[in-house]
Design a protein around this ligand. Structure first.
Ligand code: NAD
Length: 258
């Protein structure tokens, strides 16, 4: 990135929980919340990457994040780990529902068991994590829940049926929870990234043809980085966005038009 991050005083010492925080966009969230002085807990199945990230953040002199191995498809285990993180760091004040997986599949190949598993990795955990942290947020009269959606729910892509269905569901989930939790001061928003150049995206999908398509589709031509999403998420977590809830926020270089 070419410029420094804004500093949000309200994020200092805030307890932040991030799912899928060991790599990709989630790793940028972990690093940037810690750089704001937040107390970050994160879960992931990628243990090596998670431990390396903790060490790298601490080396920069930021508060050491707390990493717990957890497969968020196992909802009982995930609920238990959320409780353990809250016991260690304090009640969760910001939840970033980030874990997801965009594997491709032709429609004819989808079996019910695969459908269920993909919904668990992309949708179910977002609801149950919000359900787990909400009582403490509501009791405190404040909190910010940020759900990671995708512009793919608004554009016509092939071989992503389950993922796009889950991502569309996350927008409904966001609106419903924002209405339910709003009276107690808890905000719920949804972030829709465009094509963000994580290491996995670059390795699996970034061909010259795909990049040319991306450049033509976006209003501004630059490749989008995890930092572009982190800047928006920090703002949504901070008190600076205190009157914003129930919305989806698009960071896609001007690809999708809603
Ligand atoms: N990269 C993009 O272009 C893009 C675009 C739109 C939306 N998104 C969304 O942003 C979020 C992050 O995407 P990303 O590109 O960084 O993905 P990524 O695959 O690079 O990283 C996802 C992280 O989640 C973890 N994870 C996967 N399954 C898990 C499980 N069962 N339990 C615990 N952790 C698990 C992975 O180990 C990984 O660390 C996702 O919700 C994704 O749908 C990404």
């Amino acid at each position: 990135m070419t410029s420094e991050y804004a500093t949000y005083p309200s994020l200092r010492d805030t307890v932040v929980l991030i799912s899928g925080g060991a790599s990709g966009i989630g790793a940028e969230f972990v690093a940037q919340f810690a750089a704001q002085g937040a107390r970050v807990g994160f879960v992931d199945v990628a243990v090596d990457a998670g431990e390396k990230l903790v060490a790298a953040v601490a080396e920069r002199g930021h508060p050491r994040p707390l990493f717990r191995e957890c497969d968020i498809r196992d909802l009982d285990a995930y609920r238990r780990v959320i409780g353990e993180i809250a016991d260690e760091l304090g009640d969760v004040q910001v939840l970033v529902n980030n874990a997801g997986s965009d594997t491709r599949h032709p429609v004819g190949d989808i079996e019910p068991s695969y459908w269920d598993e993909r919904m668990r990795v992309n949708l179910d955990h977002q609801f149950f994590a919000a359900q787990a942290v909400a009582p403490a947020m509501r009791a405190a009269g404040r909190g910010s829940i940020i759900n990671m959606g995708s512009i793919s729910a608004h554009v016509d892509l092939l071989d992503l049926t389950v993922y796009m269905t889950a991502k569309a569901g996350i927008e409904g989930l966001t609106r419903s929870l924002s209405r339910e939790f709003g009276p107690d001061g808890v905000r719920v928003n949804c972030v829709l990234p465009g094509w963000i150049m994580t290491p996995r995206q670059v390795e699996n999908w970034l061909t010259p043809e795909a990049d040319a398509h991306r450049t033509a589709a976006q209003a501004v031509p630059q490749r989008l980085e995890p930092a572009d999403v982190a800047r928006l998420v920090l703002w949504l977590a901070a008190d600076d966005s205190r009157s914003c809830t129930g919305q989806h926020w698009v960071v896609d270089g001007g690809w999708m038009h809603s």
